[in-house]
Design a protein around this ligand. Structure first.
Ligand code: ADP
Length: 451
């Protein structure tokens, strides 16, 4: 079973589908997208934040003063300066175009908001209540259909094939339960996403993350990292893995940071607080792992529920326990009831007095004394793998020795270096669209030149 294409794209998440649309819009005709799962979308469809972009018409219309420089500065600071500054520069420079492009293919990113780590309002979101991930994936699916681009579902790329000169000649693929077959091609775009759902690989690079669950879709297994390593591609920051502290371990639902931001506290099984709930993700994650059961409860009241529509979703999923009094709540979740009552009373005092003398929490929105009371089980989970394959600013995959592998391009979470030690919310979607488009262009140009 043999097939032939000009360009093979591995992975139909945000980066792969963006690359496919862009290459086709440029003129590519013989292109195949391989997706190992039964559906497209990968982790991208789970994105809830938005797309960070600077100097957009939407910012201007709202009177927001932003600049490429400030976007770069915020991203480098967020990434603890481990990021590759050249990649960050490209991402920032092309971010406004990315917004325009998404809107042109039928998406909607027209509302600007504030998000963690950004000095100004920079995150672009849909104008209705839809989340950015499903909006983008729906738009890309529709566009690919319109452009007649073949997407082979349940088809996994297993190896990337090179000739003696080390240039790409094809991809070995396998359908579910089927024999492997070869697609010969001139260029490959690796867009297979991260490895957050591959606990073996996570622990290989980060022993301290043993036992963490994940917010990732089950296809985030790092196949692209393994395939690229076979070709001696360089890896960057591979041990940089972002965890999210408040994930329901049974359903892997991520409780947005907004729940704590709007007032929720965290308590352990003794009913006691144990950390400043608004500390950075890594600090809160570690604190939770030090508690009995390596889990804790996020506790809030009716006023927090009313402040955040996302909470309705969690309640709908049946992962929130509700009770009329703190004692009843404690009983329902198996926590010391006198202690939980005392913890809430003490917290109300801190809130009224404006000072959390125990943990130094600065923002205490509400006194948490409006019934009913709510609790959700939380554990830290692997959220995003910042590290990955080394690329240059034209998305060419580089070997350990710094030379490019001719015909191999990569974009999205499979790539390392864009986010450094910590990814800012809203930068994953920018990454996908900017570098997905660059990869689509670069692969098309490469095929034209070497065809
Ligand atoms: P990104 O944000 O970088 O686009 P996503 O997680 O959204 O990453 O998408 C990556 C996609 O690649 C997922 O849909 C995943 O199932 C797919 N994928 C991962 N490994 C392979 C593979 N070996 N062959 C084909 N598709 C793959």
């Amino acid at each position: 079973n043999e097939k032939q294409a000009d360009i093979v794209i591995i992975g139909a998440g945000g980066a792969g589908m963006t690359a496919a649309v862009e290459a086709t819009q440029k003129g590519a005709t013989n292109l195949i997208v391989l997706e190992k799962m039964p559906i497209t979308g990968g982790n991208t469809v789970r994105a809830t934040g938005g797309l960070n972009a600077a100097e957009t018409p939407y910012q201007k219309a709202d009177g927001i003063e932003d600049s490429i420089e400030l976007f770069v500065e915020d991203t480098m600071k967020g990434g603890k300066n481990l990021n590759d500054p050249k990649l960050v520069q490209v991402m920032a420079e092309q971010s406004a175009d990315a917004v325009t492009w998404v809107n042109e293919i039928g998406g909607d990113l027209s509302v600007v908001g504030q998000f963690g780590g950004a000095s100004v309002k920079r995150i672009h979101r849909p104008s209705d209540t839809s989340a950015v991930g499903p909006m983008l994936v729906n738009a890309l699916n529709a566009k690919l259909k319109e452009l007649d681009v073949p997407v082979f579902l349940e088809t996994e790329a297993v190896h990337i094939l090179l000739n003696e000169e080390g240039a790409v000649t094809g991809v070995q693929a396998a359908t579910k339960g089927g024999e492997p077959y070869t697609i010969s091609c001139k260029a490959v775009i690796l867009a297979s996403g991260g490895f957050g759902a591959n606990s073996e690989l996570v622990v290989k690079y980060r022993k301290d993350l043993d036992g963490f669950c994940t917010t990732n879709h089950s296809g985030a297994t790092g196949d692209g990292i393994v395939m690229a390593e076979e070709l001696k591609a360089g890896l960057v920051d591979i041990d940089q893995i972002q965890t999210h502290p408040t994930v329901n371990p049974d359903t892997t639902t991520m409780y947005t940071e907004g729940v704590r931001g709007n007032g929720a506290i965290l308590v352990n099984r003794s009913g006691k607080r144990f950390v400043n709930e608004l500390e950075t993700r890594d600090v809160v994650s570690e604190a939770i792992l030090n508690q009995e059961g390596k889990t804790c409860f996020m506790v809030f009241d009716q006023s927090v529920r009313e402040s955040l529509s996302a909470i309705e979703k969690y309640i709908g999923q049946g992962i929130i326990t509700q009770a009329d009094t703190p004692e009843e709540l404690a009983e329902a979740i198996g926590v010391d009831k006198d202690q939980l009552k005392a913890t809430l009373e003490q917290y109300a005092n801190y809130q009224t007095g404006g000072k959390d003398t125990e943990f130094g929490r600065e923002s205490m929105e509400v006194p948490l004394n409006m019934p009913p009371y709510y609790a959700g089980l939380c554990a830290p989970a692997v959220h995003h793998t910042m590290g990955g394959v080394k690329i240059d600013t034209a998305t060419q995959v580089l070997k350990e020795d710094g030379n490019a592998i001719p015909g191999l391009f990569a974009a999205g979470e499979v790539v390392g270096g864009v986010h450094g030690a910590n990814r800012l919310g809203g930068n994953a979607v920018t990454d996908i669209v900017v570098f997905g488009r660059l990869a689509g262009n670069a692969a098309y140009d490469y095929v034209m030149k070497n065809g």
